[in-house]
Design a protein around this ligand. Sequence first.
Ligand code: FAD
Length: 449
Amino acid sequence: MAESLKVAVIGAGTAGLVAVRELLREGHQVTVFEKNNKVGGTWVYDPRIETDPLGLDPTREIIHSSLYRSLRTNLPRQIMNFLDYPFSKKEGGDPRSFPGHEEVLRYLEEFARDFQLLELIRFGKEVIRIEPLDGSSQNWIIEWKNREIPSGDKSETEEELFNAVVVCNGHNTEPKIAQFPGINVWPGQQIHSHNYRTPEPFQNQIVVIIGKGTSAIDILKNVSPLAREVHQAVRGVDFGLKKQENYDNVWQYPMIECAHEDGKVVFQDGSSVYADAIIHCTGYKYHFPFLKTNGKVMVDDNRVGPLYKHIFPPSLAPGLSFIGLPILTVPALQAELQAKWVARVLSGKLKLPTEEEMTSCVQEFYKHMEPAGLPKHRTHWLLQENLEYENWFVTQLGMPPLEKWREQLILLIKKSALTFSASTYNYQDEWDVDKWIQEVEPLQSAVPT
Ligand code: FAD
């Protein structure tokens, strides 16, 4: 008989919401802890920026979302949905295939409402401790802080026991910054993209942007019309100064070699600029300040581990699991498949391998990364293996295969992410995704439009 467990879910973003739905479908009793006062996680735009714009001060008040005001999705809405809940164009909404961020929040809010998830969420509760009771993976202490109660109040924290915990706290909040000599004496303004909201503060400035990911490119496009000059420093490229097509004031360089007290920023090809601001678009760190597992799960150089399938720590499975860790994936689809699998493992319908087998599988995975030239910090990057990973769950769960158009669209997007020069290509407006889908699979009718 299927087991019904008392499960805590941490976070009510994309991953947490779909996790609750899947856990409920499997008959578990679920409580969600969400530190914010609404659902949506990353997609809840917050115009505030943190007191330390580089995010180095551990005592700063943390703003969860990293959205900038102008953000449009970098994936088409056609693949940002949960499988049985289309991300449809709605009257009064943003009809574009790559909509603005408000549209994604609306989708998640409607999902939470339509599946009656809201009543299971304890808002304003920040989890500060997750610890196995007496080391057992079947009993977990969850301790949380009531955000509305002023600190110092005796009743500020509370705790409760659960049989299992599913961690869905997101990983786009704790900035990772570039390191170079002179970073601490350089006099200009430095911020991480986590704290970038609007271009106005950079009006008439000479700005250096570090990075070439989607945030770097979006911010470059956003800032360049107002800034005097934009200089993009890109890692792993061995070339000299390159003026960017379609822009009068944007140049690309290899990474920063060093920065000086007089405001000079020197690049690895020897060229230099005197700049006013540096924007680090250099990604994020996994961060679980609440996890007390006695070293059984650690974050080392951005590797969270050991984790079987990026989800279960072998020695604490199935009581502790993580949803949404892999990056360069299709987040909603990935979270949904992971969540279905976790829910069924917890109910006993699907069996995990033994602890030893899971551990050796993780070790095998690590061993293959080194010869493939993949450093530890890329443990959870699934750019190439994306579909292989998703399809593993599809098979385990006995689901019908993913639609062909979806698979091909994912492959196309991932290939584009590797090759296209997004700073000069306005893919969000130029791609006609619906037409493309019809061409790939003319007879399919299930695509949400
Ligand atoms: P989050 O959305 O971050 O949710 C985590 C939740 O956990 C939050 O609500 C937070 O308040 C809560 N929480 C955290 N810690 C605690 C705690 N201790 N106690 C209680 N609650 C806690 N994805 C796409 O599919 N398409 C895109 O176009 C896209 N663009 C992006 C652009 C940017 C700038 C960023 C940063 C991300 C983008 N993503 C995009 C990725 C996006 O993060 C994922 O799609 C998805 O929103 C991640 O969901 P999540 O639930 O894992 O995390």
